[in-house]
Every structure is written in structure tokens, then in C-alpha cells.
Design a protein. Structure first.
Lengths: 192, 192
DNA sequence: GTCTATACGGGGATAGAC
DNA sequence: GTCTATCCCCGTATAGAC
């Protein structure tokens, strides 16, 4: 626990995180995890019961990260629209996709309630938090009173998730930026 | 070619289509395809060189379907916004996800240029076609002249693709509908 | 065209030595 | 805690018979 060396348990989780992001759950084998982490079979099965338990730790960490970063932007300085803009425009590893959103396309993740829960929670939180912000903007008179906070928040989160999809399809991050531009262009009309 | 029986080649493609949709490319094995189609090993490898060639046929068909359906709605009756609304609100198998969009999350599909091409083409076409419609609406005075057709089109397609992601995360199709509502709510402001 | 037999490596995990 | 050995089934494909 002391010293410079990172323990194997930690390496296993981090490697799984990366692989889940790059290849998804069905596309990630214990062998691949072991190779990337530098741990052997015995080490992996000592720390974790198996692939799914390891994935659970990795997914949880991905989810926590996403949430922490978003919250930092949401609670930052500026008007509501400014804060949302900062969030939407933040630099992302677009072509790799969203480390959490990607998991929704994985049949084995969605089939396992334990693995699925953090994904569900993350997007529930994200949408709700964004809806709060929008509502705050409405109350403050910054945004049109007719704007539906929850529907708009859901649409904004969807633009991000869909932006990843389109960017990967096109092989270019520009498409992600275009989608965000389009969304912000539409939102701007609702500003007073 | 005559008669009631559908040939095995056809069954193989259709089964692959379903499996690709349900489990993705990495999650679909030749064995699973054979079982679902009722064809044996020999039959499959007689008609196709292997998994990827079969997937290519299946992906192409999924892409053609998506395009044909969308085009029918885009070229239907009504104003531009009405046609877009019909398209966005069309009934979909939301929890299964988009049969084409889903493929973008599959590392082995994206890594193979042949498999990737139809996906890229489909979204390129879809976004472009929607941008044309929006531009038509602008020219006709139906939509605000300041609206950016390409960015808006990209955002709309992203809302759909992201809607699938969020609905799967939540385990409910309602979230997809919410995202669409949010997008249409924003678009409405741009109507004259 | 379709079937069965066969092949080989990999996925996923256990056992036991160190 | 970590390693190596081992296990069994599956993924993916070829060969050859019918």
C-alpha cells in the first residue's frame, strides 16, 4: 500500500477500464486484461471472482469519473447556458466513445443487473442534474418559461451520446462538434 | 427460387441480421447463426466465406432498410417540420437499439473497412438528407433563416441515436420519447 | 448444397505449488 | 499474493462424404 509501486489489483481495474472502453464487455477477455495489466491468472482470480466482478469495479470507476467531471462543470462559474456550453464543448476522446454510454450496447452488461445498475444511475443523475440547471435558468429568467427542463435535458444528453455514434460512423470528431453546435443553436433561441 | 420455402442463404442473412442487432458483431458466433437459421456448418460456409462476409450482407440489408424507411417519411406529405416530426416519432424497437447505429460501438466492425463503409454511408446520407429538408424549410420561410441546416440535422440524428442509448440505460422507451420531445420543443422555436 | 467429422486456438475458470 | 498447469467448452474454420 506504501511506496511507488501500484499494486496489481489496481492495475487490473485500470486495464479493465481501458479495455471495456476500447472493446466493450463481450469483446474483452480475461486473458487480454491479464496481458495489459501485467498480472497473471492467479493474481486476477485472487483479487476478483471473475470477469464480471472485475468489470463491476471498472464500470463503477468510469461512472464516478463521468459524474465528478460533469458536476465540476455544472457547479462552475457563469450563467446556466454558459455552464451547459462548457460541459457540452469540453474536450473528449470522441472517437473512443463514451466509456459509460458504450456499455448500453453490450448485451451481457445489460443482462446483468449488477453491471447495468451503475450505467442506469449515471444517466439518471446526469439528466436530472441538467434538468435542474435548466430549471434554474428558467426561474432566473435566463431561459424561456415555456421550455420543458426534463425533455430538454434528455435531448441534450442524447445529443452527446448520439454525437459519439455519428463521429465514430464518420471516423471524425468534427461530427460530434457539429451535433453540439446544432443543439446549442437551438437552445440559443430559448434565451431571453 | 420458386415455391414457398425460403432458401438457406436467405435464412442465414436474416438470422445474422437479427443477431447483429441483438448481440453485435463480436457477440455473434457462426454457431449461433447456424442454430437460428437452421442451417449447418457446411451450408453456411458454402454460401459465405465466413462470418465477416455474412455480416457484410446483413449489414447492407439493415442499412438499406433504414434508408428506405426514412426516405419514405422525408418525401411524404406535409410541411418540413411535419415530415421531420413523423420521422422522429415513428414507432421503433427502442430497447433493441438502432440496427445500424449499434454497429459503431463494435470494435471489429469499425476495424474492417468493408463492414464499416455501409455504416458510414448510411449516416452520411441521413444527415445530408435531413439538412436538405431543413434548408428547404428555410427557403420556404417555414423556418428561421438563421438556422444552420447541417448542424441542426446532425443534432437531430444524434438525438435519435442518443435516445436509444438513454432508453437502454433506463430500461424504458419513454426516455427516447422524452429526448425527441425535447428536440422538437427546441425546433419549434425556430418556426415562423 | 448440405451434412458430419475434425482441427486448433481462445474464453473463462480451477488447482495447487511457491 | 502470484505463478504455472490444467480443464472444458466454444469460436471459427477446413475436409470430405453424401
Amino acid at each position: 500500500m506504501y511506496g511507488l509501486g501500484v499494486d496489481k489489483r489496481e492495475q487490473l481495474i485500470e486495464s479493465t477500464r481501458e479495455l471495456l472502453w476500447e472493446r466493450g464487455y463481450v469483446g474483452t477477455s480475461p486473458k487480454a486484461i491479464q496481458e495489459r495489466s501485467g498480472a497473471g491468472q492467479g493474481s486476477m482470480y485472487h483479487h476478483f471472482q471473475g470477469k464480471s466482478e472485475l468489470a463491476l469495479a471498472a464500470i463503477g470507476r468510469n461512472a464516478d469519473d463521468l459524474r465528478a467531471r460533469a458536476e465540476a462543470e455544472f457547479s462552475g462559474p457563469g450563467s446556466v447556458v454558459e455552464r451547459i456550453t462548457v460541459y457540452l464543448r469540453r474536450e473528449r476522446d470522441v472517437l473512443k466513445g463514451c466509456p459509460v454510454g458504450k456499455l448500453t450496447q453490450d448485451p451481457d452488461v445489460m443482462a446483468d443487473p449488477d453491471l447495468r445498475r451503475p450505467v442506469e444511475k449515471t444517466f439518471g443523475w446526469l439528466t436530472g442534474r441538467l434538468a435542474e440547471l435548466l430549471d434554474e435558468g428558467r426561474t432566473a429568467g435566463e431561459l424561456d418559461a415555456a421550455l420543458d427542463p426534463l425533455a430538454t435535458a434528455t435531448a441534450l444528453v442524447a445529443v452527446l451520446q448520439g454525437g459519439y455514434v455519428l463521429a465514430r460512423a464518420a471516423g471524425s470528431p468534427d461530427v460530434f462538434a457539429k451535433a453540439v453546435d446544432g443543439a446549442l443553436g437551438l437552445l440559443a433561441t430559448k434565451e431571453k
